[in-house]
Design a protein around this ligand. Structure first.
Ligand code: ZN
Length: 237
């Protein structure tokens, strides 16, 4: 086994090499640099799976035809898993090679309420595997992954910190206290980055560049199609 590279010391990390990643509802990921990457469309694959499953239900249980059909069902299921996995591999590899610090929500503790409402994209429920993969690759590439508390990342204003409740269909963050406006997911990604930076700065006496990287600017939104990630291997230009 090869030696894994050392993670860069915090004092050497530049603010532009840090990113906050919101694990999405409308997009798969939305970064603090305002890059949103689409959810992989697997509706054809799910349709096929449902079709094969219905065929299986019509076969006589335990018969040779049933067994043959059972294998078909398993195969369509594997195809879905493989495509999701491949997508996650591409995105996590891109994140750990592009950045030195990647902050994400610690979704083990997040109630799955919001994502279960979006049940049509079942792969959305695979976030804990996405994070596991991200952490695994971060170790291989010498990248810091900071898991932060997810509570309030959507409500909080990334500029002034005032909390405003917003229902899921409200896509804009518009702060009643300071007037700051952002895309809802971008605002959340900035909060995630801020929390991650505070976390790695904690217990660190000297001031580091990353501690001053708190995001207040709004870069232009870049929307990346899932197809592009699949074909090009990353959402990067
Ligand atoms: Zn504000």
């Amino acid at each position: 086994m090869e030696d894994t590279p050392a993670k860069p010391p915090l004092s050497e990390i530049e603010p532009e090499d840090c990113v906050g990643v919101d694990l999405g509802i409308t997009s798969y990921i939305h970064t603090s640099e305002n890059l949103s990457v689409d959810t992989l469309d697997l509706s054809d694959e799910y349709d096929r799976y449902a079709r094969e499953q219905r065929k299986l239900d019509r076969k006589e249980y335990g018969s040779a035809n049933w067994e043959k059909q059972r294998r078909k069902v398993a195969q369509t299921k594997r195809t879905i898993k493989r495509k999701v996995r491949d997508y996650q591999h591409k995105l996590t590899t891109w994140l750990v090679t592009e950045y030195d610090v990647v902050a994400v929500e610690d979704l083990d503790v997040k109630p799955m309420l919001e994502t279960s409402q979006n049940a049509k994209n079942k792969q959305d429920a695979a976030w804990s595997r996405f994070i596991e993969l991200l952490e695994y690759k971060a170790d291989l590439h010498g990248t810091h992954v900071e898991k932060v508390k997810p509570a309030g990342t959507t409500k909080e204003c990334a500029v002034c910190g005032v909390k405003t409740a917003k229902p899921i269909w409200v896509r804009e963050h518009s702060c009643p206290a300071c007037g700051h406006q952002d895309d809802r997911d971008l605002n959340a990604a900035k909060n995630i980055l801020s929390r991650g930076l505070k976390q790695i700065g904690a217990g660190h006496s000297e001031s580091t560049p990353v501690q001053t990287a708190l995001p207040t600017f709004t870069p232009q939104r870049v929307a990346v199609d899932a197809k592009r990630v699949v074909e090009a291997g990353s959402p990067g230009a």
